[in-house]
Design a protein around this ligand. Structure first.
Ligand SMILES: [Fe+2]
Ligand SMILES: [Fe+2]
Length: 272
């Protein structure tokens, strides 16, 4: 099996259906094959998102989610936003499994498992979107998550920024959306709530994986994980460590954040 070459093809695949089919075949083969994770294949630098020809890309300011979940349009907008986050997360997981060579097999298993989760999340949300008569691609999208991938070409910054910052922020965003849906408890919003519940549980495991490999690399490079994390965040997103985060303490602790880190991020005295 030419692990890197085949996985790169999947990452570059432009059509979601095609990407998922290729992934399914690849993942089955991966599970029963021994792989050379140091093979000489040259991985391409990716400058454009795989979805650039199938989605309408606009600046983030024009792709802000609408705040109402009590109208059909508001629900469709919310679901489309989540679908795009999940779709972008598929490529991010594939890229994590592709970009960095010579790591333990468990590393690749972890990120392929995340890719499989993200595909399932996307399909779950897409199904609900379709029930409203909207398709993925009907609403403009931004490329924020793809840009995070480009800004983090090395393992250490990738693990810090993608799972341990962006996906970790999702652990706070998700319950906020759930609250809004709970205060508009119609039948359809209950279905969205169910899907978001599943996603939240599984996202904790994605952050956990990021935490594990971030610390693995810190240890290898003899770096202090807590200070290194903040240094990387400041470098990639200047000003981000001065902000006060509305932390989901329980989820973040499960994901591997220390009490010190949570106090710093929440600007609170305690991490209880
Ligand atoms: Fe997800
Ligand atoms: Fe995720």
């Amino acid at each position: 099996m030419h692990y890197f070459k085949q996985l790169e093809e999947i990452l570059l695949a432009q059509e979601p259906k095609n990407k998922f089919e290729l992934f399914e075949i690849f993942y089955k083969e991966f599970k029963k094959t021994t792989i050379d994770f140091l093979d000489s294949y040259q991985i391409k630098n990716i400058k454009e998102p795989s979805y650039q020809n199938i989605l309408n890309i606009v600046p983030p300011s024009e792709a802000k989610p609408r705040k109402y979940v009590n109208t059909k349009e508001g629900k469709a907008f919310l679901l489309h936003t989540i679908a795009h986050i999940e779709y972008s997360a598929i490529d991010l997981a594939l890229d994590a499994a592709l970009r960095f060579k010579g790591l333990p097999r468990k590393y690749y298993e972890d990120w392929l498992e995340v890719a499989e989760d993200e595909i399932r999340h996307f399909l779950m949300i897409e199904k609900l979107l379709n029930e409203l008569g909207t398709k993925y691609g009907d609403i403009p999208v931004h490329t924020n998550l793809f840009e995070a991938m480009v800004l983090t070409p090395d393992l250490l910054s990738r693990m810090a920024v993608v799972p341990r910052y962006l996906e970790a922020n999702g652990l706070e965003q998700n319950p906020k959306i759930m609250e809004k849906l709970k205060s508009n408890p119609d039948q359809f919003n209950k279905k969205i709530l169910n899907a978001l519940n599943i996603i939240l549980e599984e996202e904790i495991t994605h952050v956990q994986k990021g935490d594990k490999w971030f610390k693995f690399e810190c240890k290898k490079q003899k770096l202090n994980p807590e200070s290194t994390y903040l240094e990387i965040l400041e470098k990639v997103y200047p000003g981000s460590t001065n902000k006060k985060y509305n932390i989901n303490f329980e989820a973040r602790k499960q994901a591997g954040f220390s009490c010190n880190e949570l106090k710093f991020l929440s600007k609170q005295e305690s991490c209880l």
